[in-house]
Design a binder for this molecule. Structure first.
Ligand code: ADP
Length: 223
């Protein structure tokens, strides 16, 4: 399946995308992760992206669209993928649609994660990431409480907090989401692709709602 996860920063897209990968056997394609990796490696692209990311602004469309265009050509994306953090505005959605039209491989579903802002602030404050494998943990989750090192890596690196997960940058990221990303809801609804899920509650609860939404999309496509 070719799936887009849509939702505010901290709404749980990354966490659920990591779980979907295991279930569907398709890759997670996260522009945030790809950009953070470019920044960490100090590539020219990373150097161009860093200032926008640190400020909580969107990275230039041309850069992000270029990253996605290359990533979708990788062999592992041929069977499908979970897009997490892309598209984030209408220009990116249009660029994606034209890339997919060229290869006659349209999106199957767009799932909107609905969470209130108080919960977003709580989740972002508690978010910790493995600098090695990118696994996301949250100090508020019973399953991660007290955990300081990654469970999935042999070297068990110390979990870190993303530099853009501070209060000021989060406020900016949320207003960028309202201004630039929210219009995608109407866009995908008009195309008949949008499914909304309640993304409050535990990771397992949201995961089960996500599976139901994807099953409904698959069934609608067969009808
Ligand atoms: P979150 O959704 O939690 O804010 P991400 O990891 O998806 O975090 O993104 C982190 C940052 O990377 C964003 O604030 C933005 O600067 C940049 N970024 C990620 N995806 C895109 C995109 N599609 N377009 C522009 N910038 C992006």
């Amino acid at each position: 399946m070719r799936i887009v996860l849509l939702g505010a920063p901290g709404s749980g897209k990354g966490t659920q995308a990591q779980r979907l990968v295991a279930r569907l056997g398709v890759p997670q394609i996260s522009t945030g992760d790809l950009l953070r990796s470019a920044v960490a490696r100090g590539t020219p692209l990373g150097l161009r992206a860093k200032a926008a990311m640190d400020a909580g602004a969107l990275v230039n469309d041309e850069i992000v669209i270029g990253i996605i265009r290359e990533r979708l050509k990788e062999p592992d994306a041929a069977r499908g993928y979970v897009l997490d953090g892309f598209p984030r505005n209408l220009a990116q959605a249009q660029a994606l649609a034209s890339m997919l039209a060229d290869i006659q491989a349209p999106l199957d579903a767009v799932v909107l994660f609905e969470v209130d802002y108080a919960e977003i602030a709580r989740r972002i404050a508690g978010r910790r990431t493995c600098p090695n494998c990118g696994t996301i943990y949250n100090v508020h989750d019973a399953a991660s409480r007290g955990i300081t090192h990654c469970r999935n890596c042999d070297v068990a690196p110390l979990l870190t907090q993303r530099p853009d997960d501070n209060e000021q940058t989060v406020t900016r990221r949320l207003s960028v989401y309202d201004e630039q990303t929210l219009p995608l809801i109407g866009h995908y609804r008009a195309l008949g692709l949008l499914r909304s899920i309640n993304a409050m509650g535990s990771v397992a609860e949201v995961e089960s709602r996500l599976h139901k939404a994807l099953a409904a999309s698959a069934q609608a496509a067969r009808a």
